[in-house]
Design a protein around this ligand. Structure first.
Ligand code: A3P
Length: 348
């Protein structure tokens, strides 16, 4: 059994244990604010200021109780629909490039990125070995298991224009909604999103939780910007490799290794491989998802095809207020004009 399946089993075991040992788990659940606006078939619970469905909530609590980070662990963090799948593919390809030097048979051509790197709150609870020191999570910074902070683990955070993340989320959850269940309109979804109710929302608070950590410890937290990576991936990918301790040598760079990794992990390439077109993520689990749901179109500014100017303005207004208030120099004026670099904030 591969380490990820093993971890999945443990997660289910932990979920059961949680319910048994946590005598009053149902009671505990009943104390949490609950909402099913996005997905009428699935409740979400507000736990420590963040919304989770039951599967992930159990995983978060179990991870908080049992997960023991190693100082060498690297966490790939994001609020959903910000480019997690891409970041996972890139980090995996960077870290394993010596092992998988033949790109024509690279695991990313036959395994979906989420199967290559486990999710902390879904794929493991008690620490077991992972072949590579990479773990991803959608848990906001303030709810991370304490050992991740105390071990000084490196954290990479990817973020994206909230308008595109919102549109991406709406499409994603629509795909996950079972046939026969009525899915909400974009306007209803926007109302919920603006109230903070979304997948690991409030979206802005999630970003700000990591931004505060980055301000406190810039050497430990790297911010990557989806739009910047999409427009010009090489500098960000090089920065990512440097930051996680797998820098490209001059020889590798001159030999085109960096470019090959960027090409391997590109939306155009990954979205077209069979496993991502037809396969399923966590088949058999309560949250089994078609892999192609993770690859829609990867377009910057796709929100323009979905949101009215008023809807966009509503999101921008919150972004300006929240990100501006936290001193995060992104998306607070015209999208794409601000970047961390331009704002004079060093990314190193
Ligand atoms: P869209 O829905 O706008 O197309 P996440 O991985 O956090 O769930 O985010 C999913 C978004 O990232 C989707 O955006 C998806 O298309 C895009 N995406 C997935 N793989 C990508 C890649 N290799 N390069 C760029 N974008 C990618």
């Amino acid at each position: 059994m591969d380490p990820i399946s093993k971890n999945c089993e443990q997660n289910e075991g932990e979920g059961q244990t949680l319910e048994k040992t946590h005598q009053n788990f149902e009671e505990f659940l009943s104390t949490l604010p609950r909402d099913c606006g996005w997905t009428p078939h699935l409740d979400r619970y507000l736990y420590q200021g963040c919304w989770y469905n039951l599967f992930f909530l159990k995983g978060v609590i179990a991870a908080q109780r049992h997960f023991k980070a190693q100082p060498t662990d690297i966490f790939l963090c994001s609020v959903p629909k910000s480019g997690t799948t891409w970041l996972k593919a890139l980090a995996f390809a960077i870290v394993t490039r010596k092992k998988y030097s033949d790109l024509s048979s690279h695991p990313l051509l036959s395994t979906m990125p989420h199967e290559c790197i486990p999710f902390l709150e879904a794929d493991f609870t008690n620490r077991t070995t992972t072949e590579f020191p990479l773990i991803s999570t959608h848990i906001p910074y303030h709810s991370l298991p304490k050992s991740i902070i105390s071990s000084g683990c490196k954290i990479v955070y990817i973020l994206r224009d909230p308008k595109d993340a919102f549109v991406s989320l709406w499409h994603f959850l629509r795909k996950l909604t079972p046939k026969g269940v009525t899915y909400i309109s974009l306007q209803e979804a926007l109302d919920l999103f603006c109230k903070g109710i979304s997948f690991n929302g409030p979206h802005w608070d999630h970003v700000i939780s990591y931004w505060k950590a980055r301000i406190e410890a810039p050497q430990r937290v790297l911010f990557l910007v989806y739009e910047k990576m999409r427009n010009d991936p090489l500098p960000s990918v090089k920065k990512l490799a440097d930051f996680i301790g797998y820098p490209f040598s001059l020889e590798e760079e001159n030999g085109g290794c960096l470019q090959k990794i960027v090409d391997l992990c590109s939306f155009e390439n990954l979205s077209n491989v069979d496993v991502n077109r037809k396969g399923k993520h966590r088949p058999g689990a309560p949250v089994a998802i078609d892999n192609n749901a993770y690859f829609r179109n990867g377009t910057i500014g796709d929100w323009r095809s979905h949101l009215t100017p008023e809807m966009a303005e509503r999101l921008d207004h919150i972004t300006k207020e929240k990100f501006g208030g936290a001193g995060l120099p992104l998306y607070v004026s015209d999208m794409g004009r601000n970047t961390l670099d331009e704002a004079g904030v060093s990314l190193k």
